[in-house]
Write a protein of this length. Structure first.
Length: 472
């Protein structure tokens, strides 16, 4: 079904404003359980027991019902064991998965694009059960202590387990999660002194860790290969004090003539905290030639590029070469409406993971204080300009004067929001396209050149200091 005309765009924004049945109740049950974890489940209070009961009631009509009901009852009296905590983590994950699926169903209806089918992973080799059990034991200790009860002694219990897990490729995924989680908790110790506790985030990390440390849970379908033409849509750049990540969203047209699909290619690098803004591209571009192609507005020809069942390209420059020019807005208008959205792995079904490429056109822009809204055929859609990076020519001001937008549709703070990746606007009476990733392959823009030079100087200075330390 082709979506109804939305002022020239290809998305029905009216479907995104309708309430989703059961969503608030599911999130309320998750929030209740997260609050129970704040104080810990070693000696639960009546309010915590009520929160556990609320979680059990939320999954009463599912195959998890009996196990979660037993787990909630045991946890409510401080007698929960490992199996009980696993059941509670599964219930919490299932509820957020149901929220993800309901929101994605609405997105699919709004875009009119087909969804990919889920692939079941094949059973792989045996994992070190003792290490996984040790990791779960640490997570159980965290649940008993609660976020208010964490201290360095409790948190440090992960160190030996993580060190033993990291060398094993089959355990690297849960090991990386536990390592990052432990570091975040250590930086927040003691929990009793925290003014604000990120209950939802730590609940996410805890429950995900519990499930990823179950034997076989981290296994994924074997990657396939992709041969054909890759048409970039835009680049999502994310920056942290010590790391940076660029994710290119694109339409892939298989050489065998089968249906096109949406894919992603991601590169992440560590970075010094002095390298910011446009300087990030210096760190990222040597690791992925796709960034230069996206910045220059070119397609790429792929040959046997590894790709996961979820549409993530395992990028290798050996399997790609630059091809002819490809305008992202032409791709958005012509190829995007028929591209298949990739399936989502079961453990990845979480509202925060929603990031769906969309194209909007012919909207009106409203701006009030720091809030921007696109009105698409009479229906408002929030615009997340906070996610627009400073490492490119795209700015919130350009978004405010735009008439067409390629973006990522996300769900945050109870509503759908669009994160602009590129816009078409008018500058000095001439139509121009501004992309967040326009400087990914290099730039002659004065601001970009200045930022790149500053980054070059900063990196050179750090290398010189590191060399001096090594010589000593």
């Amino acid at each position: 079904m082709v979506p109804a005309d939305q002022g020239g765009g290809v998305m029905r924004a009216d479907l995104l404003s309708d309430p989703v049945a059961g969503l608030d109740e599911a999130l309320a049950a998750v929030d209740a359980f997260d609050q129970a974890l704040v104080a810990g489940l070693l000696r639960p209070q009546p309010a915590q027991a009520a929160s556990l009961t609320e979680l059990a009631h939320a999954v009463a009509g599912t195959p998890l019902a009996a196990r979660v009901s037993e787990a909630a009852a045991k946890a409510a009296v401080g007698a929960a064991g490992e199996d009980h905590f696993v059941a509670l983590a599964a219930a919490r994950t299932a509820l957020l998965g149901s929220v993800h699926d309901a929101l994605m169903t609405r997105v699919t209806e709004a875009t009119g694009r087909p969804r990919g089918e889920e692939t079941v992973p094949a059973t792989g080799g045996r994992q070190a059960a003792n290490l996984l059990a040790a990791a779960r034991a640490w997570l159980c200790d965290l649940a008993r202590a609660g976020w208010q009860g964490i201290d360095h002694e409790v948190v440090s219990g992960a160190a030996q387990v993580v060190s033993a897990m990291l060398p094993d490729p089959s355990l690297r995924r849960p090991a990386t999660l536990l390592d990052g989680f432990a570091a975040e908790l250590a930086a927040s110790c003691p929990g009793s002194a925290l003014e604000r506790i990120p209950a939802r985030r730590w609940g996410d990390l805890w429950s995900r860790g519990m499930l990823l440390t179950l034997p076989g849970a981290a296994e994924a379908p074997a990657p396939g290969t992709a041969t054909g033409r890759l048409l970039p849509l835009g680049v999502d750049l994310q920056e942290h004090a010590t790391a940076a990540q660029a994710q290119v969203h694109a339409v892939f047209e298989p050489a065998d003539g089968s249906a096109p699909g949406l894919v992603r290619a991601t590169v992440s690098v560590p970075k010094p905290d002095t390298v910011v803004g446009a300087g990030l591209w210096q760190l990222l571009r040597p690791h992925m030639s796709l960034l230069a192609a996206a910045g220059e507005g070119r397609s790429m020809e792929l040959s046997d590029m590894p790709i996961t069942a979820e549409g993530d390209l395992i990028w290798s420059d050996e399997h790609a070469r630059p091809s002819e020019p490809a305008d992202a807005f032409t791709t958005a208008r012509v190829a995007l409406p028929t591209a298949t959205d990739p399936a989502t792995a079961p453990l990845d079904r979480h509202p925060t993971r929603i990031a769906v490429p969309v194209f909007l056109e012919g909207y009106a822009v409203q701006k009030e204080d720091e809030t921007m809204t696109f009105t698409v055929a009479g229906h408002p859609l929030a615009v997340d300009t906070d996610r627009v990076p400073t490492a490119g020519p795209l700015t919130p001001e350009a978004v405010a004067t735009s008439n067409a937008c390629i973006g990522l549709l996300r769900w945050d703070a109870g509503t759908y929001r669009v994160q602009p990746l590129a816009v078409e606007t008018t500058v000095r009476k001439k139509p121009v396209a501004l992309h967040a990733g326009a400087w990914a392959g290099g730039t002659t823009d004065k601001v970009g050149v200045k930022a790149e030079k500053a980054a070059t100087d900063a990196v050179a200075m750090l290398r010189e200091r590191a060399g001096r330390l090594l010589r000593k």
